[in-house]
Design a protein around this ligand. Structure first.
Ligand SMILES: NC(=O)c1ccc[n+]([C@@H]2O[C@H](COP(=O)([O-])OP(=O)(O)OC[C@H]3O[C@@H](n4cnc5c(N)ncnc54)[C@H](O)[C@@H]3O)[C@@H](O)[C@H]2O)c1
Length: 353
């Protein structure tokens, strides 16, 4: 298939694009390039002469000839949503819908939307399936819920959107993020010797490795249309719905000499939910998600050591999305809606220090 991946220069995209290519698909990317230079171990394949592109401006003419669009592009976490709610709505909702409408107008048959289990919000103690009500507790979660609802209105005989509600991702990527829990705890343990919990460790978190996310997207891409048309799937493994303190314990075990500590006065955090993955397993019985959290921690530990990750990296714009956005805003390279103010690729975070 000819596939266009928006957000291909981000954390998941850097793993998914080679994964889809290895399965025989012809894959192009589209990205506004917020994280160019935010590289671990040399970064992803060079971008070549490709110009940065904002999905809020894409037109149908640019999408002609593709069989599928995979939409990963987003402002991808809760702190970014709190920094600037409007920009999160502009990119995650309007940008996604612009890309989808352009795809539909261009005759692209499939639209795979990277949604998130965070749209379930504070769901309580029962594991939530896809038909559960959405209770997002952050602007980021709200945009994912609203985007799904609006995309569904575009579904018809020619256009099949699918909503892949990813659990919280983990795993090594050449566009590493340190603002997600497993990656974060492993990095703190390696660079400081402490596995430090800021919450009391009781919240439940569904987790999934980025290669397994890519595997699930590939499965949806290649499945008969009637199986995936206007359907939502939770993406993850029931074995990897764990409490944050379990993750901390796994990290302590994997990182030699590290000790576990809980911040003074830490309480539970609002984002607490268990997720049911039966629909994914029942719809695609031959789909095997292969990673365990413990294996992922070992992979991260090894990648961090090979890169030579230090405590400075840990607090820099290099691997923390919010800090990189603040850096671009501070330099006037993007406006408050995070629209580019230059046609050139952005300098990397180290060049801007
Ligand atoms: N990482 C997770 O834990 C996780 C969990 C659930 C869902 N998701 C979703 O998966 C997707 C990918 O996440 P990620 O972790 O790779 O995020 P990321 O922040 O690493 O990458 C997002 C990419 O989108 C690009 N982008 C942002 N705004 C754009 C725009 N207007 N036009 C074009 N490109 C734009 C960025 O430059 C970046 O390369 C996101 O939609 C995210 O919400 C991620």
């Amino acid at each position: 298939m000819r596939v266009l991946v928006s957000g291909d220069r981000g954390y998941i995209g850097a793993v998914m694009v080679p994964f889809l290519r290895a399965a025989g698909h012809q894959v192009d990317g589209l990205d506004t390039g917020l994280y160019e230079g935010c590289d671990l171990l040399g970064g992803p394949e060079p971008i070549g002469g490709r110009a940065p592109r904002d999905m809020r401006d894409v037109t149908a003419g640019e999408l002609t000839g593709y069989d599928a669009v995979v939409c990963l592009a987003a402002l991808s976490n809760d702190p970014l949503g709190h920094l600037n709610r409007d920009a999160t709505y502009s990119v995650n909702l309007e940008g996604t819908l612009n890309l989808a409408r352009a795809a539909k107008d261009a005759g692209v048959g499939r639209f795979l939307f990277a949604s998130s289990c965070s749209l379930y919000g504070a769901a309580g103690s029962e594991a939530v399936a896809e038909d559960a009500e959405m209770f997002p507790v952050t602007p980021y979660g709200e945009t994912k819920a609203l985007a799904e609802q609006e995309l569904s209105k575009l579904a018809d005989d020619t256009f099949s959107p699918t909503y892949l509600r990813n659990a919280t991702a983990y795993g090594a990527s050449t566009r590493l993020r340190l603002d997600i829990v497993v990656n974060n705890l492993t990095a703190i343990a390696l660079t400081s010797g402490q596995v430090r919990l800021e919450s009391d460790g009781t919240p439940w978190r569904p987790l999934v490795h980025i290669e397994d996310i890519s595997r699930a997207f590939l499965k949806v891409l290649e499945s008969p249309r009637e199986t995936i048309h206007d359907e939502a799937f939770n993406i993850g493994r029931s074995e990897d719905v764990v409490q944050v303190r379990d993750i901390a314990e796994m990290v302590r075990e994997a990182v030699p000499g590290s000790t576990l500590s809980i911040a003074d006065g830490a309480g539970p955090d609002l984002r607490n939910y268990k997720v049911d993955f039966s629909k994914l397993n029942d719809t695609f019985p031959d789909l095997r998600l292969e990673w365990t959290v413990r294996k992922g921690v070992d992979e991260l530990y090894d990648a961090y050591r090979r890169h030579g990750l230090t405590l400075d990296d840990f607090n820099s714009a290099q691997f923390v999305r919010l800090r990189r956005i603040q850096q671009l805003l501070g330099a006037g390279l993007v406006d408050d809606q995070l629209r580019r103010q230059t046609a050139e690729q952005f300098p990397g975070p180290k060049e801007m220090n």
